[in-house]
Design a protein around this ligand. Structure first.
Ligand SMILES: NC(=O)c1ccc[n+]([C@@H]2O[C@H](COP(=O)([O-])OP(=O)(O)OC[C@H]3O[C@@H](n4cnc5c(N)ncnc54)[C@H](OP(=O)(O)O)[C@@H]3O)[C@@H](O)[C@H]2O)c1
Length: 305
């Protein structure tokens, strides 16, 4: 089968190559998915799970990309809950070969049915950003109606989901990002916007929850914005600073079928929109992941037309 592979962490996305790889087998409790569309999150090439298996053994050349939408084409021994021919979408195991390929073997429990009225391209754009937003807000951040939530990168893939879900949950959302992202963040439901290039972050005032997707200096300064009893949730690695009187949580997104169903239902009834940018073929994927100009929205690889 055709797949994108990576061999060298230092090369980043520039090291991606289109190659021939053996079609994977469905192991116990797996399904083999005929991939129709695949997503990729920018940070994953820096994560150890891209380069080694669970025991730390080198697993290169690795196939990156860990979200997919497609059709089940075979079942492994003991697999329950999904059937051959079923449309599915979901987040795959970070320590196994991924979804930038014509086929991917995935544990069935990582996937949810993809309703017939949701396009594969949309389905592939949802798992990482949707689940990350859901888990950060509701499981780790315990957001409540009436609370204030500062969402960094509110026009980005994760941040736009956080903004919409927090707003739906009844929170007052302050989005942040680059100057050019103000309109997009407000359109997603932010009530205010902090332009990180020209405004002073601290002017946002104290909030109940900060959802940080940027880290570094912005993450560190955000700890000081969390009011007593509040929470800093970050997905950009361990926080360098913690709130004086609050919680700091960093986490890595996990697969969850029930949450995927909640997310896709919101897409169907118009409560949730994804930001899809470039849609490329597998043949054009390497170029799409190495854009020469700033790419807006999530890049999706449409593996089958
Ligand atoms: N821990 C986890 O489970 C998990 C899950 C998903 C994603 N992540 C990580 O979270 C990060 C965000 O992912 P994403 O898919 O949402 O990326 P994304 O779509 O690129 O969104 C990030 C947003 O933040 C903006 N931004 C970044 N740095 C900024 C700065 N210094 N000032 C102002 N705006 C800035 C970006 O603008 P520009 O595009 O202009 O830079 C973009 O709008 C990535 O590092 C990803 O690897 C972690």
């Amino acid at each position: 089968m055709k797949a994108i592979v990576v061999m060298d962490e230092a090369a980043g996305t520039a090291g991606m190559v289109l190659a021939e790889r053996p079609r994977p087998e469905a192991a116990g409790n797996d399904v083999l998915v005929e991939v129709h569309a695949s997503g990729f999150t920018p940070g994953e090439l820096t994560w150890p799970s891209t380069w080694t298996d669970r025991l730390g053994r080198d697993r290169t050349p690795s196939i990156p990309g860990h979200e997919l939408a497609g059709v089940v084409s075979a079942l492994g021994y003991g697999t329950r809950g999904l059937s051959v021919g079923q449309r599915v979408f979901g987040l795959t195991d970070w320590t196994r070969d991924g979804t930038l390929a014509e086929y991917a073997a995935v544990e069935a429990r990582n996937l949810a049915p993809l309703p017939g009225d949701v396009d594969f391209t949309v389905g592939a754009s949802l798992p990482i950003s949707g689940l990350t937003a859901w888990q950060g807000l509701f499981e780790h951040g315990d957001v409540q109606a009436g609370q204030s939530v500062l969402v960094h990168g509110a026009a980005g893939a994760v941040g736009s989901m956080v903004t919409q879900l927090a707003r739906e949950a009844g929170a007052y959302v302050i989005g942040t990002g680059r100057a050019a992202d103000r309109r997009t963040a407000l359109d997603f439901g932010a009530r205010e916007f902090v332009d990180l290039e020209n405004d002073t972050l601290e002017d946002a005032g104290a909030v109940d929850l900060v959802f940080d997707v940027i880290g570094g200096d912005i993450g560190n300064r955000s700890a000081g914005l969390v009011r007593a009893g509040g929470t800093l949730v970050t997905i950009a690695g361990p926080p360098g600073a913690r709130p004086d009187d609050g919680r700091a949580i960093d986490f890595v997104v996990e697969a969850d079928r029930v949450q995927l169903k909640e997310i896709v239902q919101r897409v169907r009834d118009g409560r949730l929109r994804t930001v899809i940018g470039t849609v490329a073929t597998l043949d054009d994927a390497v170029a799409a992941f190495n854009p020469t100009e700033r790419a807006k929205g999530k890049t999706i690889v449409r593996v089958r037309p």
